[in-house]
Design a protein around this ligand. Sequence first.
Ligand code: SF4
Ligand code: SF4
Length: 474
Amino acid sequence: MSEEIPVKDVTPINASEQYEGVSAKVNGKLYVRAINGFFNKLRTFSLWGLMLAYFITPWININGTQAVWFDLPSRQFHIWGLTFWPQDFILLSWLLIICAFGLFTITTLAGRIWCGYTCPQTVWTFIFMWVEEKIEGNRNQRMKLDKAPLTKSKFLKKLSKHSIWIVISFATGVAFVGYFYPIRELVPDIITFTIEDHWASFWLLFFTLATYGNAGWLREMVCTHMCPYARFQAVMFDQDTLIVSYDERRGERGEGRGARKKGVDPVEQNIGDCVDCSMCVQVCPVGIDIRDGLQYQCISCALCIDACDEIMDKMHYPRGLIKYTNEHALKGNKVHILRPKLIGYASALIIMVGIFIYSIFDRTPMEIDVIRDRGALYTNSSDGRLQNSYFAKVMNMSTNEHNFTVTVEGLPGGELSGKTTIHLMPGDVGTLPLNLKAIPWELEKSRTDVRFIVTRDDGLVAEEESRFIGPVGR
Ligand code: SF4
Ligand code: SF4
């Protein structure tokens, strides 16, 4: 004969924990219960990978230059060996559009997995929650601690938690500013309190406070009230999009959810598989009950799946009462992997990625910009020839130093003089004052199109159109 088991005895993960109510929120504060399961392990894996990438990347150097460095004062973006200039702004625009379409494609296919596994808000919030759990204990211990009067032990626990949060926030701010300010100079400057750049100090403080506030205090409120993505995600969803969903037909079967004896067959008893333990609610980092249906607050973190699977195991029921599925599967309809919306987003994404990659490799890492001397249209030189003056700005957009030589084509009998060669370090811009002379009677018209060509020491060339101006045509 089956033993009567109250729900509270089948739900705790840890024997020392006591079941306390069905709401994840107590006195307006969300106390998220820790859970260990497949999806949580998956997130821990992605979380560490992203954190390591975030903190280590600014310390990597390529050819003596920080591998990822958005050098705003010099208007250069160094990204893994490539240097981007304001002239490459179009590439940045492409990149942002690619990111947007990437997000649209992933969301249409797999719902909000970006939110659940990789969004910085999620990553930092989970780290902060982990610290909280280590210092203040599990969900029930945290609730008791908050209710208890202030004692020395409580004060020390709170102080430790907030201190570690601030250290993590500060490290986050340092790493962030390190993407814009050479981190190998920034860190010693911070340690010795000799940081001179006021903007660097401002952003360091700003990101420390923003991280502490967002991951420590605001948490799910950022996702539910501040993030615009939560609001417009519905546009990208269709009935085949992957969602975390409660199987209502199974969970609410017959007389519905509720406590029962362990080992009771719910099908025989005509009751739902849900034992109403509320574990799925207690682990939810945004404080919703997935059994109420798909809600815009859900970040697809799958913690409720891990929690429910654990309960199903304890009850010897099949897993998957809460699972990743889609509306069509839940209704028993055919699931379509390829559908027009997804094909549209994916096609646009593939095309844009192709164009972006082509543009990157087709891009010449040097540029010449020719400006005519505005002081005079032309001058007559002592040898009887006409002379136009120019300033040629040569940019070395590569990561190596090079010699550059400027020549000109398109002007019959034309002769270029002035400073025609220059040595430039990586990222440098050099200005060459140039004079171009022509024999008057060889000019066919008053304005002759000419081409200034800059040749790098390895043969790479770039060119710029300009004009030679004379009095009248022949
Ligand atoms: S309902 Fe489940 S998947 Fe959605 S946020 Fe809550 S725990 Fe995560
Ligand atoms: S859905 Fe699963 S975790 Fe949630 S109350 Fe029911 S049995 Fe418990």
